[in-house]
Each structure stands twice: as C-alpha cells, then as structure tokens.
Design a protein around this ligand. Sequence first.
Ligand code: ARG
Length: 460
Amino acid sequence: ERLALWGGRFGSGPAAALAALSVSTHFDWRLAQYDIRGSRAHADVLHAAGLLSDDELAGMQDALQRLAADVASGAFVAAPDDEDVHTALERGLIERAGTELGGKLRAGRSRNDQIATLIRLFVRDQARSIGAQVLDLVDVLQARAVEVHGAPMPGRTHLQHAQPVLLSHHLLAHAWPLLRDVERLRDLDRRAAISPYGSGALAGSSLGLDPEAVASSLGFDGSVWNSIDGTASRDIAAEFSFVLAMIAIDLSRLAEEIILWNTKEFSFITLDDSYSTGSSIMPQKKNPDIAELARGKAGRVIGDHVGLLSTLKALPLAYNRDLQEDKEPIFDQVDSLDLVLPAFTGMVATLTFHLEEMAARAPQGFSLATDIAEHLVRNGVPFRDAHEVSGACVRVAEEQGKELVDITDAEFAEISPHLDPSVRGVLSVEGSIASRDAKGGTAPSRVAEQEDAVRLVAGD
Ligand code: ARG
C-alpha cells in the first residue's frame, strides 16, 4: 500500500503522469540527513510540549538514529512511490518505530517549513565548503605572486598593451575578487542562520512547540519572526546562488587569460602535463581544457542563477509548489564548482611562467608613453601639453618602426624642448613600475605589502 503524506480526502491515488511530475526524490534525497536532524530536533520539542512521553521520545530518537545510519549506509533509500525526501523518510521512520509512534512525529510541522529549513542548512554547509576551496585558490595565487615577485609583464586595457605592471600585481588582482566572494559567503551565512522550522504550512504552529529550541539544536542563531516569510521566501537561496555565479565568473576571467597566455603567440605560460589534455588526432597538442571547462561552466552556473530568480519572480505568498524548483539549480552550481575549483587550483599551482617572455613584451606597444608625459608634468609642463608631446613621441617611434627607448636625443629635442636626455630615466620598465608607489600601485614595495595583505585577509 502506498504511504503518501496526504490522501485522506482523495478518492483515488495520483495519476501516473502527476506522480512522475511531482516526484523529487531523485534530487532532494541529498537533503535526507538534514531532514532527519530536523526530525530529531522536532521530536524534542514535541516531548517538551508534552506531546511525546519519555518512552515515546526515546523510541522515536532511537528509530531516527537507526534511520540516519541506514540512509548513510544506503540500506534505506527512497522508493519509486515516495513523493519527496520527507515522504520517504516518514515511511522509513514508520518501518522502524511502528505506525503508532512514527505517525506522531508529523504533528505541528509541514513539509513547507521543513524544506525551507533544509535548504538553509544545505546553503550554510556549502557556503563553508565552497569558501574553503576558493581560499585554496587564493592561497595559490598569493604564493605564486610571492614566487615571481618583481617580474614585470605588459599590463593591458582593451587587451592592448597599456602600462607595465608586476605579474604579482596582476595575479593578486584575481585574488581580491575571490576574497570578496568568500566574504560574501560569510556574510550571507548570518542571514541564513535563521530557522524557518515551526512555521508550519504558513501560519505557525498551534501545539505549543518552541521554534527557538529547534533552531538552536540545528545550529541556527534564532528562528524567523514571520512564518509566512519563513516558508515562502527563497532570497537566501538566491543570494547564495548569486555568489556561486560570481565565483564562476571570477574564475572564468582568469581562465580566459590562461587560455590566451598559453598560446604560441603569447607564450607567457606552459601548463603542467598533469593539468592539460591532448588531442585524439594532433599528436603535438596540449590543450588548456581545465580553463576552458571553467569558462564554459560559468555559463551553466549563471544559467542556474537566472533560472532560480525566474522561478521566484511574481510568486504570491505563501508556499507554492514552484518552490520545489529551488533545489536543482543550487545543487548544480555546487557540483559544478566542486569539480572546477580543485582542478583550477592545481592548474594555477603547477603552471610555469615564462618570465623573460613577459619582461621582453612589457615595454612594447609604447607602454611607457604615460611615463614620458608624467616626467614632463614633474618638470612643470601641464598634463594636457605633456600628453600631446608624449603622443608625438609615439608617432615618431611608430613611423620608424621602433620603440620609445630607441628615439634619439636629437629626435626628442625636435619633438619638444622639454624633452632633454633626462627623459631616458623613465624609459625603463623597472623605472616605470617603481614609480607607481602609492597605495594600490604596482611598485614592488607596494605589491609586497599587498602580498602580505592577501595572506592576512585569506587567513582570517
Ligand atoms: N518537495 C517539496 C519542495 O521541495 C516539499 C514541500 C511540499 N509541500 C507541499 N505542500 N506540497 O518544495
């Protein structure tokens, strides 16, 4: 006989097509242990309210403990007839505690407050585990920055050579957004730390059950002020989903650069053999598949986020079955990042930087033109004029197919009387980088401070 959680008022069982549409155990089973934890806390408050005797509580806790063990070992799994994880676990409880005792646990709660609580428990655990993996990547970026400290590279805007920067500075520019993502995860955990348990279907519980007691036994800071909000809102899930999308986006930006740097044309890096792939037809190929998959999965993870937001849009209060659609996008995001992050971190940890190649390109593309202009400004020339003069230098160099440093003293003097040979002092990558020594700049001393700062923030 089918053991549904409802059916008293129905003359017939659900149509097969309805059951097929309705069933969610193939994904929400993942929340089974959280559901049992919630049930154990709920049994305690039923007991505290006098709705379970001491013996009944002991029997209930024992059955739930055995159920948890059987779920963990795989001895108990959802059956095809079970509508969702809650239905399946009630069946499992009744199999262990008997119909009479097992049937008492459902008093004063609803799947609506259960699932809303389970989602928050899941979000809180995953925020910690994803955050830790992001920090692993930050640690690697920081260590690699320290390792190549002082090595210059061409800094780019519009993907064009702009100004020389330190490679360490560039690597840390990828670390900071990831650190903010971790901060976002920690911050949202404060909001996720409020338990909806006890909200019932939407209106709260009439049986004298204490939501605060359930909340604290599940590790929450407190319980919701509003049972309608508790069961109907999913903004916390959406916020978590946004941060995961942002992490994927942040990874995809570094991924794109790694793919470019790994080309013959750039030759800035070589990927380690164990973190690259080959081609089935071209024996010479060594491909950056990890970076490409990170870039590709970002699209999917963004899609999950947009899908979740779209589900929530215009949903009237309180619970609607639409909300069942909150789980798969988040699970998919978590699973995607769980795959991407370790591979990505390993790839960054093991790749080889070709520092000579980067250094050789750093002054190319007239990337020291700003330094000429700023040299003139230090000598009292208004920046507007200095910009013109420096632009004229670029034109001369470009016409002659040479770099700024190859312009002769005579040519400089002809361009502007302000351009005496002292200008050569700023026409070096080292000089240019060293001069940007205000906080946040690319000067080696500032980048060294930054390396410490990242380590400090990441270690928090
Ligand atoms: N499986 C449902 C979900 O994930 C649980 C809540 C079901 N509530 C209900 N009234 N049908 O949202």
